[in-house]
Design a protein. Structure first.
Length: 85
């Protein structure tokens, strides 16, 4: 399994854990977005500083690694049970 796939899976797992732990879905989503942004930026920095990838390569991966779980978080909050959609 690729590192990117592992990161995507980890993002979804973190989202599920926060949604189960925090009663308010909106608050859980906001917390998730901030935590996942920090993890995603850390992943970018490791890729650039230690793995030898370029900034442009890692920026695309950052968009994918942060964007997909963030979109899932926002969609499930907005359109899920009790959502505003």
């Amino acid at each position: 399994m690729s590192h990117t796939a592992i990161m995507l899976f980890a993002g979804v797992v973190l989202l599920i854990a926060l949604r189960l732990a925090v009663r308010d879905a909106g608050r859980a989503t906001r917390l998730f977005l901030w935590l996942w942004l920090a993890v995603s930026i850390g992943n970018l920095l490791v890729g650039v500083l230690y793995a030898g990838y370029g900034w442009a390569e890692e920026a695309v991966i950052l968009l994918l690694v942060f964007g997909v779980p963030a979109a899932i978080a926002i969609a499930t909050t907005r359109f899920g049970p009790g959502g505003r959609g």
